[in-house]
Design a protein around this ligand. Structure first.
Ligand SMILES: Cc1cc2nc3c(=O)[nH]c(=O)nc-3n(C[C@H](O)[C@H](O)[C@H](O)COP(=O)(O)O)c2cc1C
Length: 155
């Protein structure tokens, strides 16, 4: 059983819903999951887990939400040395930089030395139809598969 942190930012609930769904999949596999709003955490908290997922919606013109800017900046100091990690989030394809916050967190995790085990999960607005939930379930399951396979390279 792994101890996994899912930290997220969500203004209108879409990213939170993704976080909830990922958590439910992890719990089906009997992992211990901590779900928290990113703005309530310090970057150092990431060091207390066997794996981390960071989720965020995108704001402005491909920007991070204001409430997680500090967390993102302070991550620069962090050494995550091989920690299995991935990012996820909700966005809107009518904006030129769709789900850019997912890319920003993925890159920041990588810069901190985390092992990105899975390409970021991006969803148009909310989990709506069955296929959205299935994609999200597949993302969570693949994360678990890759988490314990050090040689697996993120696609
Ligand atoms: C002012 C504003 C700017 C936004 N900018 C972007 C953007 O640059 N890229 C994007 O993919 N989505 C953008 N969005 C869409 C939100 O990311 C989207 O509504 C998302 O589902 C919100 O997630 P949440 O429910 O977790 O807060 C923007 C929305 C607003 C209101």
């Amino acid at each position: 059983m792994a101890s996994i942190l899912i930290a997220y930012a969500s203004m209108s609930g879409n990213t939170e819903e993704i976080a909830d769904h990922i958590m439910s999949v992890f719990e089906d596999y009997e992992h211990s999951v901590t779900l928290d709003e990113m703005e309530e955490l310090e970057p150092q908290d990431l060091l207390n887990y066997d794996a981390v997922l960071l989720g965020s919606y995108t704001w402005g013109d491909g920007d991070l939400p204001y409430e997680v800017e500090e967390f993102y900046e302070e991550m620069e100091e962090l050494d995550l040395a091989g920690l299995p990690a991935a990012s996820f989030g909700s966005g809107d394809t009518s904006y030129p930089k769709f789900c850019e916050a997912v890319n920003l967190f993925e890159n920041r995790l990588q810069d901190c030395g985390a092992r990105i085990v899975q390409e970021g999960f991006k969803i148009e607005m909310a989990l709506n139809v069955k296929e959205d939930y299935e994609r999200c379930t597949a993302f969570a399951r693949t994360f678990l598969d890759n988490m314990n396979s050090p040689n697996r390279i993120a696609t």
